[in-house]
Design a protein around this ligand. Structure first.
Ligand SMILES: Nc1ncnc2c1ncn2[C@@H]1O[C@H](COP(=O)(O)OP(=O)(O)OP(=O)(O)O)[C@@H](O)[C@H]1O
Length: 233
């Protein structure tokens, strides 16, 4: 089954390559992510950030190399264990990906139900998530009647609804104004302070500086730099 124990490390990549046909989207990527780290992945458009995130939750599979997530080696994982792997992740996208025909409440409830919450506790849990992201007054709204920042707050609530160990966010603030972006970052930091690992792909160097922490910079599919950015005072 390929279960590894490497204390304090939740994500490991060893010499990972990803090719789309003959195009090398990622070349020889090796790095670890510590349990409870707050990590940024940055780099120019086309550098491979989204591809890298997708490899972690098996949205794509690596062409070569090994990826170990919380002890599971993805190159040896059986199909039946993929849902188990995916439950470790909460995923947030730039374009929210809410179900358009379902209300804010229902979008979150779907995940709360899917993780096996007892029927009589579902409403309480969804309402608590709505309060956490400051959206309790809009619980009955459909996504199209919410602003981008509000939709993203629902997407954050949905991502954390299953208490995942790892949050992956792909340009979560890319289409938001500065105030909404700050709210989303503060929700991610709040969830991080509860013990989760947070991995964010972003171009937004302003947000990286405000938060500080480790940044991995990709360039043309290669890991150019892994560096610590001090938090702006
Ligand atoms: N499914 C695919 N098939 C073929 N090529 C792909 C596919 N997905 C991504 N690519 C290519 O791989 C490269 C990396 O794409 P990726 O989306 O990972 O970059 P990115 O750093 O996230 O870019 P952006 O910041 O613009 O979102 C790009 O050249 C892209 O065109």
């Amino acid at each position: 089954m390929g279960v590894y124990d490497n204390q304090g490390v939740i994500v490991q990549l060893f010499h990972v390559y990803k090719c789309y046909g003959t195009y090398n989207a990622l070349t020889d990527i090796t790095f670890d992510v510590a349990d409870n780290e707050f990590l940024f992945i940055s780099g120019p458009s086309g550098a491979g950030k989204t591809t890298l995130l997708k490899l972690l939750y098996m949205g794509e599979t690596a062409s070569q190399g090994n990826i170990i997530i919380d002890g599971l080696n993805l190159s040896r994982i059986s199909r039946s264990r993929i849902p188990f792997l995916r439950r470790k992740f909460g995923i947030i996208f730039q374009d929210y990906k809410l179900i358009p025909t379902k209300t804010a409440y229902e979008n979150i409830a779907l995940v709360v139900e899917a993780v096996g919450t007892r029927h009589n506790l579902i409403k309480k849990k969804v309402n608590s998530l709505l309060r956490t992201v400051g959206m309790d007054e809009k619980s009955g709204a459909l996504p199209k009647s919410l602003s981008g920042g509000e939709q993203q707050r629902i997407a954050v609530a949905r991502a954390i609804a299953g208490n995942p160990k790892i949050i992956i966010a792909d340009e979560p603030t890319g289409s938001l104004d500065a105030e909404s972006a700050d709210k989303i970052m503060s929700l991610l930091k709040q969830y991080h302070s509860r013990g989760a690992t947070v991995i964010i792909a972003t171009h937004d160097t302003g947000q990286i500086r405000k938060t500080g922490g480790r940044v991995i910079i990709l360039k043309q599919g290669q890991l150019e730099v892994s560096t610590i950015i001090p938090k702006l005072d």
